[in-house]
Design a protein around this ligand. Structure first.
Ligand code: SF4
Ligand code: SF4
Length: 369
């Protein structure tokens, strides 16, 4: 199996502000191209695109290609489970939405202290085991967003999990909260193969400060900035899959160009990445990946990731009138940053452990004047 997986969480859209406006025709073309190039791994989840990613996957992939020609991964929304029966209900709904009778890879989505406790309480591991025995899951694992010590606990208590999906990229490798390197090393210690998510950190590592870009381009003028991030993850020995959330054919062609025959990073390239990481770390004001998990429960309907992206842009470059225009468009339909009531629902859901309330105050200081 080739090491690049199609992450179906940032699908092409017909209207960039509407997550449900999936461009099915373009997605079909991308799926066909991906398969034609020999890549076979597809990764969806219950919550991607407000529940529409699974349906779009069915139309683009399942209804148009033989089942044995690809591997499909899906994820149990552990954060929505409130009783044991929910597992079966969600799982059956997923099989139906995807139009399949089994998943090649199935994950408990976003385990960390909270979702792990919830999964233990409601018998999530027992349910997964049952589905494996019934042949509806080929390989079971979980995606993870928490400190390394929590990963160690889960893998110790649940050695039956066959793989883990970790957030690994060169910016988070030594990050004090995300602990990519420590998590990687723990997975290796527990002999679990690793799937990497967010290698380009939600696109942030495709758009780095000019100083870092110059370093990359000086060494490989012909290669994209994003390629350094994807190759960083793919070069790790115990990684068997790197997911990339591709939104257009251009990104896919680029990814495939260096993932077709992976050349691991050499020592010079590793040193360049270290230098670039230092530059980038000192420039990203709010390291939000735009996953959107914080938005669903916000009582004030605040467009948190969009405001953070605007804020980062202002910090990296400078405030220009276009920023205010974007912001005023957003607040037509969403709450203002200053509407935040500090309930912190959002912070509980943020895999990056961002201080959302504090950051929104900063955003408000700039935009709500
Ligand atoms: S703390 Fe603010 S942004 Fe977060 S959920 Fe509550 S109101 Fe929304
Ligand atoms: S603030 Fe956190 S949860 Fe919200 S989009 Fe950014 S990274 Fe995701």
């Amino acid at each position: 199996m080739k090491k690049l997986g199609f992450g179906l969480m940032r699908l092409p859209l017909t209207n960039e502000e509407d997550q449900t406006s999936i461009n099915q025709e373009l997605l079909n073309q991308m799926v066909d191209y991906f398969l034609a190039q020999g890549f076979t791994y597809f990764d969806t989840a219950y919550r991607y695109h407000k529940g529409l990613s699974e349906l779009a996957t069915r139309k683009a992939l399942v209804e148009r290609h033989p089942r044995e020609s690809y591997q499909l991964a899906d994820k149990m929304p552990t954060f929505f489970v409130t009783k044991h029966e929910d597992y079966e209900r969600f799982f059956n709904e997923q099989l139906e939405k995807c139009g399949v009778s089994y998943f090649d890879y199935y994950l408990l989505h976003t385990l960390g202290v909270k979702n792990y406790a919830n999964t233990l309480e409601h018998g999530g591991f027992e349910f997964i085991d049952k589905m494996k025995k019934e042949g509806k899951i080929r390989h079971a694992g979980f995606s993870f967003h928490d400190k390394a010590e929590v990963l160690d606990r889960i893998l110790t208590e649940h050695p039956e999990m066959e793989f883990v999906q970790l957030q690994i990229n060169y910016i988070d490798w030594e990050h004090e909260t995300i602990e990519s390197r420590k998590c990687y090393e723990l997975a290796v210690k527990h002999q679990k193969p690793i799937i990497v998510m967010e290698p380009v950190k939600g696109g942030a590592l495709a758009n780095v400060p000019e100083e870092a870009e110059k370093l990359f381009k000086a060494y490989h003028p012909e290669m994209s900035v994003a390629s350094w991030a994807v190759r960083f993850a793919a070069s790790l020995d115990h990684v068997f899959m790197v997911l990339s959330g591709m939104s257009d054919l251009e990104q896919m062609v680029d990814n495939i160009s260096y993932m077709q025959d992976i050349v691991p990073l050499n020592e010079d390239e590793k040193a360049i990445i270290d230098q670039a990481a230092q530059i980038i770390n000192s420039s990203i004001a709010i390291p939000c990946t735009a996953c959107g998990y914080c938005v669903e429960g916000c009582p004030q309907k605040i467009a948190i990731p969009d405001y953070f992206a605007l804020y980062n842009n202002v910090k990296r470059f400078r405030l220009v009138p276009a920023h205010r225009t974007y912001y005023s468009n957003f607040i037509e339909n969403y709450g203002k940053a200053g509407d935040c009531i500090g309930c912190k629902q959002c912070e509980e859901h943020c895999p990056q452990h961002l201080k959302i309330v504090e950051n929104l105050q900063e955003v408000s200081r700039i935009f709500d004047r």
